[in-house]
Design a protein around this ligand. Structure first.
Ligand SMILES: *Cc1c(COP(=O)(O)O)cnc(C)c1O
Length: 390
């Protein structure tokens, strides 16, 4: 079996986890702040809040920015449902902006058009959530300019993108956003089993997120309504959650961070080799903006189905039969029944629809070998047992 993505765990990762298991704290110990520090330092951000998932981080990021009933949040339809669900958790309305035809990220042109209309109708979003699909940054400079013009906040869903860069800055720097969120699910670039993190340069936003991660409780006298009753004292001042990550996971995260650059380098050499193998074939390989350095979480190709003379589903079948677990990232969010009920129409998202009819994610992860890559490309073209091209 060749999955589309998988974790890479070595002996140092295992040793890191074992050492926490033998220590005093399994959770709420020293490894969580160490993990937050190593990630925020890597990204050049002042603050970070680690959570038990990126979904949780997106939720508390929305709450920290005051997203509430009556507010509107916009994101890309070509993402995992969590990018949109976070707004609904807060009671807000969600809407989608169509994607760019080359990068498949939220289109800055469509965003600009939609904002102009929204302003006329008094329906401007409070937050826009650009998603860095496959690890390539969105056009953050343009989106940031629009945020200044129309007065919305930006949360980067950088779940795919730790280790990537934009305009020479690490993704997650929050140079063009209020908050950036990473995921550490095993298929992502680095893993903690489950886990996520919200980064920001705002002490205030980070303070709120730290509190919301743990029931809305504070232990800082300055944040309390009156002086502490005693040494035992704490106050719940917001309605928070238990979104804490464990020290076991945070130690794994620190160990994985030390391997991040090596992972991304490996992913680049895999992508480069696919680019060569696929060069003259009827597929569109991933377009890269000149100011972007992708983490290559995914390697997405667009199939020229007419030239291949095959249906989208038949290609999936062919791969599955060869034991290659290709995937489609993603089903446009508005197509899910839960969202369809809200009245979204696929006619409003022509680029997303066209993408959905042709896209496929082929395997990419650090351990993937050149031989396996050749086998993947061969399986794209010929059913098992037919002639080989290499
Ligand atoms: C994986 C993913 C998430 C959710 O991450 P979890 O850590 O599993 O909660 C959110 N957004 C995108 C774009 C993702 O790929």
């Amino acid at each position: 079996m060749i999955p589309y993505g998988k974790q890479n765990i070595n002996q140092s990762d295992i040793d890191a986890v074992v050492s926490v298991l033998q220590s005093e704290f399994l959770t709420q110990g020293p490894w969580i702040p160490k993990f937050e520090k190593i990630v925020s330092t890597y990204c050049g951000t002042s603050y970070a809040t680690a959570t038990n998932s990126a979904t949780a981080a997106l939720h508390i990021a929305c709450l920290a920015l005051g997203v509430n009933k009556g507010d509107i949040v916009w994101t890309s339809p070509i993402s995992f449902v969590a990018s949109a669900n976070c707004a609904l958790y807060c009671g807000a309305e969600i809407d989608f902006v169509d994607i760019d035809s080359k990068t498949y990220n939220i289109s800055a042109d469509r965003l600009a058009e939609k904002l102009e209309i929204a302003q006329r109708n008094n329906k401007l979003p409070k937050v826009v959530i650009p998603v860095h699909l496959a690890g390539q940054s969105c056009e953050m400079e343009r989106i940031f300019e629009l945020s200044k013009k129309y007065g919305f906040y930006i949360i980067e869903d950088a779940s795919h993108a730790i280790g990537g860069k934009y305009n020479g800055e690490p993704i997650g720097s929050c140079k063009y956003s209020d908050i950036a969120v990473f995921s550490f699910h095993p298929v992502k670039i680095i893993t903690t089993g489950e886990g996520g993190m919200a980064l920001t340069n705002s002490e205030k936003l980070n303070g709120i997120m730290q509190r919301l991660r743990s029931h809305g409780i504070t232990r800082y006298p300055a944040e309390m309504t009156h002086p502490p009753d005693g040494l035992w004292y704490y106050q719940q001042i917001d309605l928070g959650y238990n979104y804490r990550i464990t020290d076991i996971q945070a130690a794994l995260g620190v160990s994985q961070m030390n391997r991040l650059d090596e992972f991304v380098q490996k992913r680049h050499s895999i992508a480069n080799y696919y680019n060569v193998l696929l060069k003259d074939l009827p597929v569109v390989t991933p377009y890269q903006m000149s100011d972007a350095f992708s983490s290559y979480h995914l390697y997405i190709v667009r199939l020229k189905l007419k030239e291949l003379n095959i249906s989208h589903n038949q290609i999936f079948e062919r791969f599955r039969n060869a034991g290659i677990l290709v995937n489609l990232h993603y089903i446009p969010i508005y197509r899910h029944p839960y969202y369809e009920k809200m009245g979204f129409k696929k006619e409003d998202y022509p680029e997303s629809e066209s993408y959905y009819s042709e896209a496929i994610s082929i395997p990419i992860y650090p351990e993937l070998t050149n031989e396996e890559q050749k086998f993947v490309v061969q399986s794209l073209l010929t059913p098992l047992g037919h002639q080989t091209i290499f």
